[in-house]
Design a protein around this ligand. Structure first.
Ligand code: PRX
Length: 632
């Protein structure tokens, strides 16, 4: 363990003060805990106007030396990853730090053998199997930039990401096992690659042993590229500011953008935040139920825990298969000490009743976490009472793909608990609330736009291939601040509660989508003239998608039209982005300048039609009456 674990709330307050008054000293001392091949010339250099953010400039390192090699001396036989399969009766896989080191080295050599080198982009489209962890870490070891793409995305979404990253390799599997279903993956990759011209190879892991087609000279079997490779591989020397990975995420405009994280700062911050938020102790077993396709899996299944020498569980399955007790059965089986999941999972399991939780012994739990979306009071209390049995702190982790690590959260049992509040910022994080004019609100007990006023080590550096987009999206709304896109409340104690997105981003079961992204997908359907998408509150998913669509001609059969639209969205993005409600309308409420008044549509979707605000600026106010009348 590193020597930067905070032990009391008073110590947190001291550290926080130091981190703000002297960030160079604060982060410099923390960074001393890591293995650098060459130390930095300067801890931090920055300006938000370009933006230019450089941490530990001049330092040389490889992150995998810090999460594998450094543990070999004292912790070689400690469990690094415990992989729990989708089907409970299938055998779990356990990798010690030494096993993982050799597996990663072996696959690193395999990557090199097909010409992958520092700076190349590698897309990883795999289910939650151990090979996903190995592939990610092997990329980092050889200096290739990994871009993991969640295995629920469609061929079209995959192709967009591969093309944007100009990747040369896709690592995938024949298919995957998820709940009771088998889902093909390789055929999705084949379809995507028809439109991707940068790809030279794919590596395919036989996961479900299904029949697939392999294209000669392009597609390679995992076992074939591994065959004969040495299980030792020197780590590529990286600059602190070299890219470590790209992760695509949705924003309020255009196509998903490739958020870029770099080596040094991301390493320091994910380890620091993991150990402090989860108060991990050397013998503990930690489990985060996220998918490595999202940032939570990157930072808090792989990098943060492994950099800390932790035992991290990786779970292939879903919370409700074979029944709604699956999470709790795994907690009991491995005597899990720290557990992290999403509010949507908690709400879904709540719906099945307490008997599933009560069937298992959860006494090992010390800290339980929630992440990805606002947690409502009912779910918070259920989690605290039935999972934590009233004696585990609930740490509500607020952060984003762009922030790389947890920004606002309780620290284990050190911080005061307040239901539905994320709490206080971690050391080094300076959140502010801005008003409509962009002025900092100093008072407590207020709401505002959540921004951050100074850099922290794991923040995004750019959006891949388009630095201007990064500037416009995050640094241009309010001069001198990083803009999060969230609204928040700060209460009388200075604790933060995240209200939700204030931009055109919808958070469905913790997954981010831009309204424009879904509209673009729907508009690909030949029958559609135009569409407008908004989010509305959903009891389990947090938010769900409501689409208002204008069709080419009146439909004889609305059900067929709905099915056709759903197929289009599945094809363009994936099932995870399906609208729950589709309403056919003759027109959309637009201003005279042609802008869709989403505010009105949001109200209608929320079922609140009594006060639609000022509709006098609309081109055709009558259209609103029709929409209200036929609202679902
Ligand atoms: O709106 C916030 C919400 O999720 C957004 C970030 O999504 P993503 O980049 O996919 O990362 C999710 C995992 C970190 C934020 O802008 N969000 C995330 N965590 C919380 C949250 N909202 C409320 N409470 C949280 N703990």
């Amino acid at each position: 363990m590193k020597s930067f674990q905070i032990k009391s709330f008073e110590e947190y307050q001291e550290k926080y003060t130091l981190s703000v008054s002297n960030p160079d000293q604060f982060w410099g001392e923390i960074a001393e805990n890591f293995k650098w091949q060459k130390k930095w010339d300067k801890v931090l250099e920055w300006n938000f106007s370009e933006p230019k953010i450089e941490w530990f400039k001049g330092a040389k390192l490889n992150i995998t030396e810090n999460l594998l090699d450094v543990h070999l001396e004292k912790n070689a036989n400690k469990k690094a990853i415990i992989w729990e399969p989708n089907i409970p009766s299938d055998e779990a896989v356990v990798y010690t730090y030494k096993d993982l080191y050799h597996k990663v080295c072996e696959f690193s050599n395999a990557l090199k053998s097909i010409g992958i080198k520092k700076g190349d982009r590698v897309c990883i489209y795999l289910p939650m199997i151990p090979e996903l962890a190995i592939a990610v870490l092997a990329c980092a070891r050889v200096g290739a930039i990994h871009s993991v793409i969640f295995a629920g995305f469609s061929a079209s979404a995959l192709a967009d990401r591969v093309n944007d990253a100009e990747a040369t390799l896709v690592i995938t599997a024949d298919g995957m096992s998820r709940g009771a279903k088998l889902i093909p993956l390789k055929s999705v990759v084949d379809e995507a690659l028809e439109n991707c011209f940068s790809i030279k190879n794919t590596i395919v892991f036989p996961c479900i042993k299904s029949e697939i087609s392999m294209k000669e000279n392009r597609d390679l079997w995992w076992n074939d590229v591994l065959s004969g490779q040495s299980n030792e591989c020197p780590a590529e020397l990286m600059d602190s500011e070299d890219m470590l990975f790209i992760l695509y995420t949705s924003g309020s405009t255009g196509k998903p953008k490739g958020v870029v994280h770099t080596c040094g700062g991301y390493m320091v911050y994910t380890a620091y935040s993991f150990q402090n938020v989860y108060q991990y102790q050397p013998e503990d077993v930690y489990w985060c139920t996220a998918d490595i396709g999202w940032i939570t899996g990157h930072s808090y299944i792989l990098y943060g825990p492994l950099l800390s020498g932790a035992t991290s569980i990786m779970f292939e399955g879903i919370p409700t298969y074979p029944d709604a007790g699956r999470f709790w059965q795994i907690v009991e089986k491995y005597k899990v000490n720290q557990f992290l999941t999403a509010p949507t999972a908690i709400r879904s399991l709540m719906g099945y009743g307490e008997k599933y939780v009560n069937n298992y012994n959860l006494a090992s739990l010390k800290v339980i976490g929630t992440v990805g979306e606002p947690i409502n009071a009912e779910a918070w209390h259920w989690y605290h009472e039935h999972v934590g049995k009233g004696n585990c702190p609930v740490v509500d982790n607020w952060w984003q793909t762009e922030t790389g690590g947890i920004m606002i959260s309780g620290l284990g049992n050190l911080s005061p608990l307040k239901p539905t509040f994320a709490g206080y910022p971690l050391p080094g994080i300076q959140p502010v609330l801005l008003d409509q004019e962009g002025k900092e609100i100093q008072e407590h007990d207020v709401e505002g736009y959540l921004c951050v006023k100074a850099p922290w080590p794991s923040m995004l550096r750019t959006t891949y291939g388009d630095h201007e987009r990064c500037r416009l999206t995050y640094f241009s709304h309010y001069d001198g601040y990083y803009f999060t896109g969230d609204g928040a409340k700060r209460d009388e104690d200075g604790m933060y509660r995240i209200i939700g997105r204030i931009d055109d981003v919808i958070n469905v079961s913790g997954h981010r989508f831009g309204t424009a992204e879904i509209e673009n997908a729907i508009n690909e359907n030949d029958l559609i003239i135009e569409s407008a998408v908004v989010g509305y509150p959903h009891p389990v998913k947090g938010q769900s998608i409501y689409a208002f669509v204008v069709c080419e001609h009146a439909y004889e059969n609305a059900d067929d039209a709905r099915k056709s639209i759903l197929n289009t969205v599945t094809k363009e993005i994936g099932k995870i982005a399906l609208p729950e409600k589709i309403q056919f309308v003759s027109g959309l409420p637009k201003t005279r300048s042609g802008k869709i008044m989403r505010r009105i549509l949001r109200k209608i979707a929320e079922g609140d039609t009594t006060n639609l605000g000022d509709t006098s600026t609309l081109l055709d106010p009558l259209v609103v009456d029709e929409i209200v009348k036929n609202a679902i």
